[in-house]
Design a protein. Structure first.
Length: 95
């Protein structure tokens, strides 16, 4: 009986350990990363909740004069969305 319980509990513990190992980004870290990568000026940044996921929406003025809105996942995954849904201009605006 104990062996069966252990077999059921171990995968659950491994899943939480893997989740804990994934580094969460703070809003400040995401802003710093976007600023460094784009070389632009950060105009605004806020936190968006998408179901269970959290992402940071960061608006940046690029050196060539475009305003881009970037979505950076808070879980640190590489799955960054450069043109989020609902921003029909491909993620940039000309000013």
């Amino acid at each position: 009986m104990r062996k069966r319980l252990l077999i059921l509990v171990l995968p659950a513990l491994a899943g939480t350990a893997a989740h804990a190992a994934r580094q969460e980004l703070s809003l400040e870290q995401a802003v710093a990363h976007v600023q460094q990568e784009s070389g632009g000026t950060i105009l605004s940044a806020d936190t968006q909740h998408r179901g269970r996921r959290v992402e940071y929406r960061i608006k940046v003025l690029t050196p060539d004069g475009h305003v881009r809105v970037l979505a950076v996942p808070a879980d640190g995954s590489a799955e960054s969305t450069k043109s989020p849904a609902g921003n029909g201009a491909g993620g940039k605006e000309k000013h």
